[in-house]
Ligand binder design. Structure first.
Ligand code: GDD
Ligand code: MN
Length: 377
């Protein structure tokens, strides 16, 4: 019998919560899905023997399976382990401490039945909220979300509660994705790596924990930032950025060579800023030709013809010219304010502007029409 739902519950020291949770969940799911579901508890060898209690429970509840991990620890890797073993078409995750109300699962399920690829329980939509959270905790939670919106706007911005640890997702949307989340935030990994079209959100109130302790430590906040940066780099398809950097480097040589040929006292000795502008424009032309035929070759090939190439060049030039203004600005700040040597100041300015140029050119000049491409995230 094929299973419809595989619900993963990561547990660590949840001995008081596990029985009441399983009783509630199985009674809800038996009514909705009959036997076509499984609940997989993934316990990291809890000292309070949560895994033992769960194993005993599985004698009573045939849909319940228990994985006891030894020597491994971590919420998101526990969930990945459960998903690996899961048989269901729909993969889900819920916390064990009843802070995620089991009854909201039915609302999530009905969103999936309507056709959603991902159904997320959210604290930040109608009907959602948190019970009595301190101002600090609200600030930290919203602060983390804002940081995520800055680093991964196209991912974090897709849902109102990207920190939610309570959701259902279609297995096929994750089929070709290698998920390797860090810390607590699985949903972010699913949004970034999965092929997720229709997203549905259900409001729920995050209850206060009655039994046991939250396992959240400072480490989770550090892991969260590391996770964001790692996703940012992976989504940037690093090899393309490397190529852009190599082309940028060739542009530096063109830039420097012409800066020397034009401004150095032993050559033409023209004024610095004028020489800089000419040198930079020649470097821009050099970089465009290499980027169009190498870095973004795959995208440029989908936009054939001279006219479109000129359009890309104009966009590239405008972006780089804006970058040039930034470049001159930083060059003068580093040279006149920080008193750096002119060539060190120039290198610093170029480094900052390279990231600016890459990001905007990926978004605008070589904007590919394919929605899934890295420029959409
Ligand atoms: N297997 C395993 N290993 N489970 C763990 C581990 C671990 O190292 N650490 C925590 N868990 C389990 C807990 O037993 C609980 O079932 C669940 O993961 C959540 O842990 P809590 O420590 O209760 O997290 P929280 O309540 O502070 O945060 C939760 O809610 C946030 C808001 O939705 C988590 O779901 C967060 O991901 C979520 O952002
Ligand atoms: Mn909790």
């Amino acid at each position: 019998m094929s299973l419809l739902l595989s619900l993963i519950i990561p547990t660590y020291n949840e001995s008081e919560n596990i029985s009441p949770l399983i009783i509630q969940l199985t009674s809800l799911l038996d009514r909705t899905l009959e036997q076509k579901y499984e609940i997989i508890i993934v316990d990291d060898d809890s000292p309070d023997l949560t895994w033992k209690i769960a194993q005993d429970l599985s004698d009573q509840y045939p849909q319940l399976k228990v994985i006891r991990r030894q020597g491994e620890k971590g919420l998101s890797t526990a969930v990945m382990k459960g998903w690996e073993k899961a048989q269901g078409e729909i993969l889900g995750v819920i916390d064990a401490d009843l802070q995620h109300p089991p009854e909201s699962l039915l609302q999530l399920w009905s969103e999936i039945e309507k056709g959603a690829d991902l159904a997320v329980a959210s604290r930040h939509v109608e009907g959602g909220g948190v019970s009595d959270w301190s101002l600090l905790r609200r600030f930290l939670s919203r602060g983390a979300q804002t940081l995520g919106l800055i680093i991964l706007p196209g991912v974090i911005g897709r849902v109102s509660d990207p920190m939610s640890g309570f959701f259902l997702v279609r297995r096929r949307c994750l089929a070709n994705s290698t998920l390797n989340p860090l810390g607590y935030k699985i949903l972010i990994e699913v949004l970034a790596k999965g092929k997720i079209g229709w997203i549905s959100e259900v409001g729920y109130v995050f209850q206060e924990r009655q039994e046991g302790q939250s396992k959240v430590t400072k480490q989770q906040y550090i892991d969260y930032i590391r996770h964001l940066v790692r996703l940012r780099l992976s989504l940037w398809r690093f090899e393309r950025f490397i190529r852009f950097g190599v082309v940028g480097l060739s542009g530096v040589f063109v830039d420097m060579a012409f800066l020397y040929l034009l401004s150095d006292s032993s050559t033409l000795g023209l004024p610095l800023t004028r020489s800089k502008i000419i040198a930079a424009e020649l470097a821009i032309i050099n970089n465009f030709l290499w980027n169009d035929s190498w870095t973004f070759r795959d995208i440029a090939q989908t936009q054939p013809g001279k006219r479109r190439k000129i359009k890309r060049f104009i966009k590239f030039n405008l972006i780089c010219l804006a970058g040039l203004i930034l470049n001159v600005l930083f060059l003068n700040i580093f040279y006149n304010i920080f008193g750096l040597n002119r060539y060190v100041a120039n290198l610093g300015a170029i480094a900052i502007v390279t990231i600016w140029n890459y990001w905007l050119n990926l978004k605008l000049s070589w904007r590919s029409t394919d929605l899934d491409s890295e420029s959409g995230k």
